[in-house]
Design a protein around this ligand. Structure first.
Ligand SMILES: Nc1ncnc2c1ncn2[C@@H]1O[C@H](COP(=O)(O)OP(=O)(O)O)[C@@H](O)[C@H]1O
Ligand SMILES: Nc1ncnc2c1ncn2[C@H]1C[C@H](O)[C@@H](COP(=O)(O)O)O1
Length: 222
């Protein structure tokens, strides 16, 4: 249930939708769960377990890139509908924009997805998402950090398919994410560096983040 006292304390509208963006391993899911718990919001998480294509994608990008992108697009769109039906009050782990702007684009530009498949994917994405009927998040929290720390966390987390993936893939994602966020203007952004906060061990970290959210979101949510 939404924690009205906390929302009021930090000036965060009760029905906000906040998406957490950032490269793999940077700490999105951890922050998503911590913020949702503090605010009493629901979470919208990515399907990693029981994802029929993710393992296959890491084993063979070229064969499975298109399938995986279609899968994530469908999943995120279903989640979007759920958030809309509940009327907000959600923290979402990864925004839909990252799928198209980072992952699908990377697959296409590296020749892992054919031009026809990429055109099909982007036209579907544009028809579904880039319309006035699609509610954008009230805030995107972009989590960033040092590359080496992110790699350490991917290893600590222990998903085998990610651990065995060539480090060049993570370097490319890291660099594309930096460029992407510098040019993103579809929703308000709060940038936080994971090295400045220790949300797992220090409660005051969350307090700082909630204060920042309230300052930015308050001026933008209708
Ligand atoms: N603030 C933090 N301090 C230390 N470890 C963290 C922190 N945030 C996340 N982690 C750890 O880093 C790993 C990746 O975090 P996760 O939230 O799963 O990242 P993402 O969702 O961005 O891929 C996990 O093992 C998690 O426990
Ligand atoms: N759109 C995507 N294309 C390829 N891979 C993706 C996409 N969205 C998520 N992923 C992968 C990256 C990770 O291996 C898992 C979960 O992401 P995380 O950043 O750890 O939450 O799915």
């Amino acid at each position: 249930m939404i924690n009205r006292d906390i929302c009021e304390k930090y000036n965060i509208p009760l029905h906000s939708v906040i998406s957490i963006a950032g490269t793999v391993g940077v700490g999105k899911s951890t922050l998503t769960k911590a913020l949702a718990e503090a605010l009493g919001f629901k979470t919208s998480l990515e399907r990693v377990e029981n994802n029929p294509y993710l393992d296959k994608y890491y084993a063979d990008f070229t064969t499975w890139a298109f399938h995986l992108q279609i899968f994530f697009l469908a999943e995120r769109f279903k989640e979007q509908k759920r958030m809309f039906q509940y009327g907000g009050g959600f923290i979402q782990d990864r925004s839909i924009y990252e799928d198209v702007d980072i992952f699908a684009k990377l697959n296409f530009e590296q020749g892992k997805m054919s031009e026809d498949d990429y055109d099909t994917y982007t036209s579907l994405f544009n028809a579904m998402v880039m319309t006035p009927f699609f509610p954008h998040p009230d805030l995107i929290i972009y989590v960033e950090g040092e590359f080496d720390d992110i790699i350490d966390r991917i290893h600590e987390r222990g998903r085998e398919m990610e651990i065995v993936t060539d480090v060049e893939y993570w370097k490319t994602l890291y660099s594309r994410y930096s460029t992407w966020i510098d040019n993103f203007n579809t929703a308000p952004i709060l940038r936080i560096n994971m090295n400045d906060y220790d949300i797992l061990n220090d409660e005051s970290s969350l307090d700082y983040i909630l204060t920042k959210i309230g300052k930015i979101i308050h001026t933008t949510v209708k």
